[in-house]
Design a protein. Structure first.
Length: 273
């Protein structure tokens, strides 16, 4: 599965920016939320940096910050380096960032986590990478993403392939169980309108999302494409629609200090004698 994702994004690296309408809009929304959080942004890790759009915007906002951009696609990172030769680009999986504990005071990720294996271990790793009081801020696609395709007849829908998008409450539970402080999750709905089905499918393909399988028995016929178009068409807007549910999540790592044994304890547990 991972190798297919790497291959898909690497092949679409050069077309990604021209079609990443939702991704760029979500980046702006993520940055606007970052502005509202009083926090040190000195050492920043972006997970799923792609072609570097978000990392470059963060660098403009925080010119003194050291930003490390991690992506699983070397092709994407090459595009990033072509835009900013000083960019620190690391090719690695989002599930296993190759860094020492407490290396960053901020971890950002925009529309990447749903491509990863999302579980408690993932958020424990991110917590270990953060310094005390470090910030985790992310967006991910939720279960209502691409909901229009669910209107297709079952025999057609079963030929299509989609990620398993987790509900936002799972993200909140994972952050809470990873001992993050006061995790917050919410969601927003974004609906794109296209003048044709071809443009809609092109937008998906050019950003690395291939909804059709590679095996022969999953081939979509012309009549089935027509049916898909009918399912995605909205008579009121006179357009083909594609919905994204965007989950926003953030939390801070607890402040910690040392007890007499040298073990970390939370500040709130320290009492004056």
């Amino acid at each position: 599965m991972t190798s297919n994702i790497i291959k898909s994004f690497s092949h679409k690296a050069y077309s990604y920016d021209s079609q990443s309408f939702v991704q760029q809009d979500v980046n702006k929304r993520l940055l606007s939320r970052l502005d509202l959080i009083k926090h040190t942004n000195k050492d920043i890790l972006e997970i799923g940096s792609g072609t570097g759009v978000l990392s470059n915007e963060i660098q403009k906002k925080y010119p003194k910050a050291k930003i490390v951009s991690l992506d699983l696609s070397h092709g994407m990172s090459k595009i990033h380096k072509s835009k900013n030769r000083n960019a620190i680009c690391i090719t690695a999986l989002g599930e296993n960032p190759p860094f020492k504990e407490e290396s960053f005071d901020t971890i950002l990720s925009s529309l990447t986590l749903h491509w990863c294996k999302v579980d408690l271990d993932l958020f424990l790793r991110y917590a270990h990478l953060l310094k005390p009081e470090g910030l985790l801020l992310f967006t991910a696609a939720g279960p209502d993403t691409f909901r229009e395709f669910k209107k297709c007849p079952r025999e057609i829908y079963n030929k299509l392939r989609f990620n398993r998008f987790l509900d936002m409450h799972h993200y909140g539970d994972f952050m809470l169980n990873a001992d993050f402080k006061d995790p917050v999750v919410d969601n927003e709905i974004i609906t794109l309108e296209f003048s044709s089905l071809d443009l809609l499918l092109k937008s998906l393909r050019m950003t690395g999302t291939n909804i059709t399988g590679d095996r022969q028995y999953q081939h979509i016929t012309k009549s089935e494409y027509k049916t898909i178009g009918q399912s995605l068409y909205n008579n009121e807007s006179n357009s083909f629609e594609l919905t994204y549910e965007i989950i926003f999540g953030y939390a801070l790592k607890h402040r910690k200090t040392l007890d007499k044994s040298g073990k970390f304890i939370q500040i709130k547990e320290v009492k004056k004698e």
